[in-house]
Design a protein around this ligand. Structure first.
Ligand SMILES: *[C@@H]1O[C@H](CO)[C@@H](O)[C@H](O)[C@H]1NC(C)=O
Ligand SMILES: *[C@@H]1O[C@H](CO)[C@@H](O)[C@H](O)[C@H]1NC(C)=O
Ligand SMILES: *[C@@H]1O[C@H](CO)[C@@H](O)[C@H](O)[C@H]1NC(C)=O
Length: 799
């Protein structure tokens, strides 16, 4: 998002919006209608209030009644009231990355709503590879959001999820994303959005927002920050990496909003780029919704990037490019003058408003009483329910990844109530477990952000409650607790000897180490990949002294170079918990003691530290370059050594899978004029736009057998390699994934459909997506299958 940091801006600009913001009530209680109040005879009968009219007509009616000044006052996140038409002010900025949060000024905790269910950070939830879980979380979050809206303490427009690719392991916001693979990120985005927005046709439960469009994944590295970064991106990388999740969000998730980012892409600020916004997002992908700026993006490209010479030009450029709503005051201040100077037509402003009003109508905001609408019955009793909190716990159990299990050392025995030494800077943490976008991490930026969001950072706890690792382990064992390091920075070894003593006395040792928001956060990229300070030394010393097995548990958003622990025989097992959410400690304990079987898989590559030696964060290229010694990024393009690879993750049981059936030849039908000649088949790769793509898929049936004595879930990751790698194609690409639960000693058959045009295609250097004809090799774990793609009109079998 929306920046949790605001640049300092001239103070006067903020006074007007702040006054308007105070109109927006603070008290919790039944919400008054936003507009079209049935009790208000003067305004309730306008055509724009008529539920029976088509939305478009209602929007046109309302737009026709507004003056230019009124229209302009609606172009910003804290939209002004239009009292004469019975319309109240509205704060558009709310956030729900992994639970309703108070990061945006549209949501406030307190009174009947002291907190909300805080799910694991997204990188952890992504590791579950369970799309139905992602959607289920979205449903719960939107129940709580609607309940809080009805109670007058939250909005209906949520600027989540973050679907940027986790391109560089140092990125401070990588934790907010579903990882490094475009298909996983896009599937997560579309699933979470559908959960949030509901399945009621055109009507929206809440409006989600996929951000930050695009090629935005640098916060502050080596003196370069996101406000001044010009991402130089090739057409090829845009098409086969950066755009993929956004396209899936819009086309498959039907998201109601897209946010443009702070940075420039190839010299143009994304929020001023008509090719990105008007042409691609709205034109090609057909966004039905609004495009919003990241907070003060327009001000940033005027003041900081000096992209235009006057503020009116900056405002005009944004709206003409396709921006509909400004987070920040810039458009409210400068748009009227832009129109007066002829830089912009009032019709352009109408177009922007049509998109925001359309979403408000679909949310029911012009339908009168909130209580008589769908979800009108939700209230305080529906927030932090036992079922919601159970799902947060379940999400953590599904997301935790077992990286190593020598012996095996895990699960720990529950018999004879063992004594466990619980050691490390993250061993008894609470809000560290929820990562960012939950309130607390903002305090550092409070000074800046308070101008646009006065209440940010004032709440330190927004979860329903917490279970720390120490508390979780305490449910299974007697514990001896030692911090070992005062905090994750671990500057001294002062507490080491007490920790070593504890490990000597216990039946088993659990070390909980890693990172927190002081190491990786918004506006804070990491310098390296090793454990901070002297944590590594703590781990090795404690492991050497432990009487029983030593288990290492890591909390982090980004990957850690754990080479030392992977190879240390005294460290029996390693778990990565990401940031596991409000009950993360309970989930960790359930896995340690085997009441839950781990099934998570890494959604990003874990690189060794020296991967960074020739890898400026500012180099956007995904593909490696031998001549420049550039290693390339993510499992799709990087071939060098790794600590743990994308998709790695063990189980307490043993699964095998075999192919039950799969086609060996698939015919690709072409559209009429392309099917008649050979002109488009040159180079043995046809353009995706020339193929009849609908329902064109490769169906693979797999049998999954659980050979062990414990129930568990197995994730099938299907990778493909095209016939000709060349400079076009990734070395391999995830084309489908499916998670399946299989009881001990049972077997299940799973069908996986691989969409030919979407995922078996590759992108050429000009950014054109093509399907290579010939043998595509599919890899699923250790099994391989070849499928030959052939053009249907050349006389091969029609599928
Ligand atoms: C662990 O954290 C909880 C909650 O913050 C606190 O009440 C408790 O005293 C801590 N326990 C230890 C042993 O430090
Ligand atoms: C297309 O190419 C194939 C093989 O190169 C050839 O046999 C065939 O006659 C061509 N078809 C047409 C319509 O040109
Ligand atoms: C996916 O998550 C849902 C919701 O928690 C759960 O019911 C289901 O069993 C999970 N699927 C697998 C295969 O574990």
């Amino acid at each position: 998002m929306a920046s949790t940091t605001m640049r300092s801006l001239p103070f006067g600009i903020f006074l007007l919006p702040l006054l308007l913001a105070s109109v927006f009530g603070h008290t919790s209680g039944a919400r008054e209608p936003f507009a079209c109040d049935p009790k208000d005879a003067k305004t309730r009968d306008f055509p724009f209030c008529r539920v029976s009219l088509p939305t478009q007509e209602r929007v046109r009616d309302l737009t026709g009644r507004l003056t230019l000044q009124e229209k302009v006052s609606l172009l910003v996140n804290n939209a002004a009231a239009v009292t004469r038409l019975g319309i109240k002010g509205y704060e558009w900025w709310s956030e729900a990355l992994h639970g309703v949060s108070n990061v945006g000024p549209g949501t406030k905790f307190g009174g009947d709503f002291p907190g909300a269910t805080s799910f694991p950070q997204v990188i952890t939830t992504a590791a579950s590879f369970n799309a139905s879980l992602w959607k289920a979380i979205g449903r719960v979050v939107s129940d709580e959001a609607r309940a809080m809206y009805n109670g007058g303490v939250a909005g209906l427009t949520y600027w989540s999820p973050n679907v940027n690719i986790f391109r560089d392991p140092r990125w401070g916001r990588g934790q907010e994303t579903p990882g490094e693979d475009p298909v996983v990120v896009g599937t997560y985005g579309a699933s979470y959005v559908r959960g949030l927005q509901g399945d009621d046709g055109n009507r929206l439960k809440v409006a989600a927002c996929c951000k930050h469009f695009t090629a935005y994944d640098l916060d502050n590295w080596n003196g370069i920050d996101r406000f001044h970064f010009n991402a130089k991106v090739s057409k090829q990388d845009i098409e086969d990496t950066f755009d993929v999740p956004f396209k899936m969000c819009v086309k498959e998730g039907k998201v109601a909003s897209v946010m443009c980012s702070y940075n420039q892409v190839n010299g143009v600020p994304t929020c001023a780029d008509p090719n990105l916004l008007r042409k691609t997002v709205r034109g090609v992908w057909r966004l039905d919704g609004y495009i919003v700026s990241d907070c003060d993006s327009v001000g940033v490209y005027y003041d900081e990037q000096h992209y235009t010479s006057t503020p009116e030009e900056a405002a005009a450029d944004a709206i003409k490019a396709g921006l509909d709503l400004d987070c920040g005051p810039f458009l409210a201040v400068h748009t009227e003058n832009a129109v007066k100077r002829g830089l912009l037509n009032e019709n352009d402003v109408n177009g922007a408003l049509a998109n925001t009003l359309n979403v408000q109508m679909r949310l029911g905001m012009f339908d009168g009483e909130p209580s008589s609408q769908p979800f009108g019955n939700l209230g305080a009793k529906d927030v932090c329910t036992a079922a919601h909190q159970e799902l947060a716990l379940e999400a953590a159990r599904q997301g935790i990844v077992l990286l190593k299990n020598r012996g095996p050392s895990l699960p720990l025995s529950r018999r004879r109530h063992p004594t466990v030494a619980v050691i490390g800077p993250n061993s008894n943490v609470t809000d560290t477990m929820i990562g960012n976008y939950a309130g607390e991490s903002l305090s550092l930026f409070k000074k800046h952000i308070s101008m646009i969001n006065p209440q940010a950072g004032t709440h330190t706890c927004v979860a329903c409650g917490y279970t720390s690792p120490l508390q979780g382990i305490g449910r299974y064992a007697r514990t001896i607790h030692q911090q070992g390091c005062a905090d994750v920075a671990c500057a001294t070894d002062k507490l080491f000897s007490a920790a070593v003593d504890a490990a000597r006395q216990a039946d088993a040792t659990v070390l909980v180490v890693g990172l927190d928001q002081s190491i990786e956060a918004e506006f804070r990229d990491r310098a390296g990949l090793l454990l901070p300070g002297r944590q590594q030394e703590l781990v090795s010393k404690v492991a050497a002294a432990s009487r029983g097995p030593t288990i290492l548990v890591l909390m982090s958003g980004g990957p850690i170079d754990l080479g030392f622990a992977k190879n240390d025989p005294r460290i029996g097992a390693i778990l990565w918990a990401g940031y596991p959410g409000q009950d993360g400690g309970a989930a960790i304990a359930d896995i340690l003691f085997g009441t839950s079987n781990p099934g998570g898989k890494l959604p990003m590559t874990w690189y060794p530290q020296d991967y960074l030696s020739n890898l400026p964060m500012t180099s956007m290229a995904m593909r490696s370059s031998r001549s420049r010694g550039y290693p390339g990024r993510t499992y799709r393009f990087y071939k060098g050594p790794v600590v743990y690879s994308f998709g790695h993750g063990k189980s307490y049981t043993k699964f095998v899978h075999t192919i039950a059936s799969a086609p060996t030849v698939v015919a690709i039908p072409l559209h009429g004029r392309h099917g008649s000649g050979n002109t488009t088949i040159s180079g043995k790769a046809i353009r995706v736009t020339h193929a009849k793509c609908d329902k064109l898929s490769v169906a693979v049936d797999l049998d999954v057998k659980n050979l062990g004595s414990m129930d568990g879930s197995h994730t099938l990751l299907v990778f493909s390699k095209p016939p000709h790698a060349g400079h076009w194609a990734p070395r391999k690409q995830l084309v489908a994934f499916e998670k399946v639960h299989v009881p001990a000693r049972a077997q299940k058959r799973v069908r996986i459909n691989i969409h030919v045009c979407k995922v078996l295609s590759v992108v050429d250097r000009s950014g054109i997506r093509r399907i290579q004809m010939g043998e595509h090799s599919l890899h699923i774990g250790n099994i391989k299958h070849s499928v030959s793609l052939q053009v249907a009109t050349l006389g091969v079998i029609k599928s």
